[in-house]
Design a protein around this ligand. Structure first.
Ligand SMILES: [Zn+2]
Length: 132
């Protein structure tokens, strides 16, 4: 149970600080607004939509897998090492989700679209104004 208390503390700290960090990065990136010098191509649009769908599917999958693992750990008796491994898997999935979400960039100006929207891809870039 110590591992769960540790994970709970990490989640609380991360959960409380993440929105402020994202806002800080977002405002920092938006200081240098640029005008869109071109529109995006159909291939770029399709790639963005694929990224958006993938982020939604990964988010839902993360919750299903994580809650299933936590439910399984709470109903069966396992060693402390097994608990730590499961918690490590969950934390690794969180890091992967955040990385995947923030890696989607505007093809015109390079702005990280994850700052602008929680899931999926926004209708337009808030930095350069190009429509997706
Ligand atoms: Zn842009």
């Amino acid at each position: 149970m110590r591992a769960f208390a540790f994970l709970g503390t990490l989640i609380a700290i991360g959960g409380a600080s993440t929105p402020f960090l994202i806002l800080w990065f977002r405002h920092r990136a938006l200081r240098d607004r640029v005008a869109a010098h071109r529109t995006i191509t159909q291939d770029e649009r399709e790639l963005l939509r694929r990224h958006g769908r993938t982020s939604v599917v990964n988010f839902v999958g993360f919750w299903v897998i994580s809650l299933g693992l936590i439910f399984a750990l709470s109903t069966i008796t396992v060693s402390a090492l097994a608990e730590i491994v499961v918690l490590g898997v969950i934390l690794a999935m969180v890091v992967g989700l955040v990385w995947q979400h923030l890696s989607t960039r505007c093809p015109v100006c390079g702005y990280r679209l994850g700052f602008q929207r929680a899931l999926g891809v926004p209708a337009r870039c808030e930095r350069c104004g190009v429509s997706f």
